[in-house]
Design a protein around this ligand. Structure first.
Ligand code: FAD
Length: 486
């Protein structure tokens, strides 16, 4: 998509002036506003170093009222804004395209309340996911979501992207665990829906509209979320498998035999672990001696260690006896538990160490999951861009089998138009042909918006546009992203 062409659609958007900056200075503490180019660098660049904006101003409000004043002013004066949390998004949604004002939630970090009976946590949008999880660990609870970016991503950003991650298999998506939201609309209205109720059938469930809206409808300032009890007994095993058919067989069995204690079922291929071994400290700890074409990381969480150990051991023995898995190791202590997870969680970072990564986050029916990776590998190989000393390093697949979510990653020395044209639209056509989704959990951002039609019908896209126009008639919220051009 040419952003210059898109820009013409938003010709009503105004340019930032000194008068505007003076207004923001009048409502924010001096340290909550920066025009300094070196400060802005981190806010203008995304995690992958793929997208780069040219914003001249970042605002870091510390209260919902300040966010409200900022948005009202921007709406009245037609100034475009980009909400930004931890800036770990993978689709170019959290950084400006041009010179939009960045509104960061970095200063909104209060935990507002925690109910030790129900497990309802209410907090500011800028709380870092890992900080929340550590807070809950001290109280015997756990966040219902977990992802590799937990040390940086904000809960507001998680809600805005409807992040999935490693615990979705067990606790479901944020559409189920979020109990309420506080959202500031573009005109400054504070929509206070910070309910802690599990059940509330009074009217449209408006919070759902903002979960996964990627900052295009309003800014999430507060989150109320249901947190489960932290399991007393947790086991993690890493298994080596000879074929993708056997990965599926092991998953099917895990649902029968581990059922209620199964909390994660992740898979990755040999190419993934090879990258982790090559680029990360986590890779120095591969506990399986010989290489395998596929790996499974399986986690169980329950309340009775003896019971869980027995169940897991029986399950693993069955897999080995029936030659569904070739080798396996079970973590014996917390350090080993962390080391095994570090291999799986390190894959995105290991890919980025190669240089650039073409990243595709797809929902695909599990039986054809790995066929996508193989087809893409063959395609790139045939075009002569894959392999040692070629521009593309490898084609790897990993992801959340239990959620039907494949991460197809193609690390390369640098981004090239030639390679993109080999990958796209092939990858989207392939996914649509198999009734999949072109964005399973990362969202649309700037990257996927032109391709939305592969996953949504014209009438659905039209309805989304109407909602956007109703809530953000001036188009100031995260423009140029999410929805395709007319
Ligand atoms: P940002 O990147 O800052 O923003 C993301 C989007 O949300 C942007 O469109 C932004 O405008 C909007 N936004 C941010 N805050 C707000 C707000 N308060 N109100 C309104 N809009 C807002 N994702 C998964 O789903 N599962 C994974 O397993 C997973 N693993 C990851 C691993 C790594 C190593 C990395 C780097 C990313 C991973 N992600 C994963 C991507 C994931 O989307 C983000 O990490 C996270 O959810 C985004 O949160 P953030 O605070 O960084 O948001």
């Amino acid at each position: 998509q040419s952003v210059n062409e898109s820009y013409s659609l938003y010709c009503d958007i105004s340019q930032l002036t000194e008068k505007d900056v003076e207004y923001f200075k009048s409502i924010l503490a001096p340290s909550a506003l920066s025009q300094d180019e070196s400060d802005l660098e981190a806010f203008n660049n995304d995690w992958m170093h793929k997208y780069r904006g040219q914003s001249k101003l970042v605002l870091k409000p510390s209260s919902t009222e300040q966010v409200s004043k900022i948005l009202k002013y921007c709406n009245d004066n037609k100034l475009a804004v980009v909400p930004q949390g931890g800036n770990t998004g993978l689709v170019g949604g959290g950084v400006p395209v041009f010179d939009e004002i960045i509104i960061s939630t970095a200063n909104m970090t209060s935990i507002r309340s925690f109910d030790t009976v129900s497990g309802a946590l209410v907090c500011d949008a800028g709380c870092i996911l890992e900080v929340l999880d550590n807070y809950l660990a001290e109280r015997g609870y756990i966040m219902p979501l977990d992802l590799g970016a937990k040390g940086s991503c904000h809960i507001g950003g998680n809600v805005a992207t409807n992040a999935g991650g490693l615990r979705l298999l067990r606790y479901g998506s944020l559409h189920g665990t979020v109990l309420g939201l506080e959202v500031v609309l573009p005109d400054g209205t504070i929509l206070d829906n910070l309910s802690t109720l599990r059940k509330d059938n009074t009217g449209y469930d408006l919070k759902q509209l903002f979960i996964g809206s990627e900052g295009t409808l309003g800014i999430v300032t507060g989150v109320s979320i249901m947190t489960p009890k932290r399991s007393k007994a947790v086991n993690v095993a890493l298994l080596g498998v000879s074929s993708f058919e056997n990965v599926q067989a092991a998953y099917k069995r895990s649902r029968d035999e581990l059922s209620e204690i199964l909390s994660a079922f992740e898979f990755f291929d040999k190419g993934s672990i090879d990258l982790v071994k090559k680029h990360l400290v986590a890779g120095k700890n591969d506990p399986l001696e010989s290489p395998h074409p596929f790996y499974i990381l399986i986690e169980t969480s329950g309340s009775n260690k003896e019971h869980d150990d027995e169940k897991l051991n029986n399950y693993l023995e069955g897999l080995l006896t029936d030659e569904i898995v070739q080798d396996g190791v079970v973590a014996q202590d917390t350090t080993q538990y962390k080391n095994l997870w570090a291999i799986r969680e390190g894959i995105p970072e290991a890919c980025s160490k190669v240089g650039s990564v073409y990243k595709y986050d797809l929902s695909i029916p599990v039986p054809v999951f790995y066929q996508m990776v193989e087809d893409m590998r063959n395609r790139l190989d045939k075009e002569g861009v894959l392999g040692e000393d070629k521009s593309v390093d490898s084609v790897i697949g990993f992801g959340h089998i239990g959620d039907g979510n494949l991460h197809l990653n193609i690390p390369a020395n640098s981004y090239s138009e030639e390679v993109i044209n080999i990958i796209e639209p092939y990858v989207y056509e392939w996914t649509a042909k198999h009734a999949g989704s072109i964005s399973s959990e990362h969202g649309l951002g700037l990257f996927k918006s032109p391709h939305l039609h592969y996953s949504k019908s014209p009438s659905m896209i039209q309805m989304m546009r109407r909602i956007k126009n109703m809530l953000d008639p001036n188009g100031i919220m995260n423009p140029y992203k999410y929805l395709p051009e007319k």
